[in-house]
Design a protein. Structure first.
Length: 329
């Protein structure tokens, strides 16, 4: 089939694989962008879209010849947000390492990375991709088997690169286990369950920095329901995370046996709560901002888990102690 100008990357690299003359729908396969469909005359929605690089990256990740990504004016951001766009040089190196690792398992040979495919690897231009590759080589993560005239070549992971990939996978496994543990051990509200499920899916897809704002929602709903259960009254109609935790902290202090260690722990956790709220407001998908990297997002998620588990266990001890005291009066 003759190649046409791709509506996404604007290169003459796309093939129209299917059309519907009645509705003017077109299905495209671009060698640089992947498989996608435009309905009617919606090609104009792409002209001024500010996240086009992220969209191309997402389509490359999500599409195949059995799964064309349908593009419309209402779903572009949703498509972009389904994947974690590597924004820092470190994240781009990690992405390349995992890309080589995944494809090595399928093909058992050096993996092609062409400089012309720079958008596929979250880069704005060819030289950016080649610079990332050079850095990965310098760190002894990968080695080049063969060079291409357009830049790039065939690459294999070196032992140090394979170790790095294994560490990245291990971090995600730990975080998924954290979420699963909460779900299995404690009674959850519907809001908490929905937030936890959404967080789990983000981590499952390798996007912990898309998950930590959902864990914030999880903790906020837990603390709000905890206040109701303990008959704690708050003044604000929409109390924030810090206000709710402060009330719970006061309750725990008042019902503890004067244990200074517990007081110190709670003061420390209050600072963690401030950081968790900041991360949600400034470094998550909730508001336009620069996302946390994966390691920091995992730290936020595991901090929320620690606070949640501690309060559950501590309040259970307080309840048992008070029930014991009532029985022995």
């Amino acid at each position: 089939m003759p190649q046409e100008k791709c509506p996404l990357c604007k290169r003459k690299s796309a093939v129209i694989t299917q059309t519907n003359d009645h509705s003017n729908n077109k299905w495209y396969h671009c060698e640089y962008c992947g498989y996608f469909a435009l309905m009617g005359s919606k090609v104009r929605i792409l002209d001024n879209y500010s996240r086009i690089d992220e969209l191309i990256f997402a389509i490359n990740k999500l599409s195949n010849d059995d799964n064309y990504i349908e593009l419309s004016h209402v779903n572009l951001d949703k498509i972009v947000d389904k994947v974690n766009f590597p924004s820092t040089p470190e994240e781009k190196i990690d992405y390349i390492l995992e890309y080589i690792s995944e494809n090595e398992e399928s093909y058992n040979q050096g993996i092609d990375i062409d400089g012309k495919d720079y958008r596929k690897f979250a880069c704005k231009k060819r030289d950016d991709l080649l610079g990332i590759i050079d850095e990965a080589i310098a760190r002894l993560y990968i080695e080049k088997e063969q060079g291409f005239s357009s830049g790039g070549g065939k690459f294999r992971l070196k032992p140090k690169g394979r170790d790095r990939v294994n560490k990245l996978k291990a971090m995600r496994r730990v975080d998924k286990n954290t979420i699963i543990e909460i779900n299995n051990k404690y009674l959850l509200t519907s809001v908490m369950k929905d937030a936890l499920e959404s967080a789990y899916l983000s981590v499952e897809n390798g996007n912990p920095n898309h998950a930590h704002d959902r864990m914030h929602t999880f903790l906020h709903d837990y603390l709000k329901n905890l206040c109701a259960e303990l008959s704690i009254v708050y003044d604000s109609k929409k109390p924030n995370l810090q206000q709710l935790f402060s009330l719970i902290k006061t309750y725990v202090n008042e019902h503890s046996d004067g244990n200074d260690t517990a007081h110190k722990i709670l003061r420390g956790l209050a600072k963690v709560i401030d950081a968790v709220a900041y991360a949600r407001d400034r470094e998550s998908l909730t508001h336009p901002s620069e996302l946390l990297d994966s390691a920091d997002a995992l730290l936020v998620i595991n901090s929320i888990k620690t606070i949640y588990v501690y309060l559950n266990e501590k309040l259970e001890i307080i309840q048992k102690s008070e029930n014991f005291s009532k029985r022995n009066k």
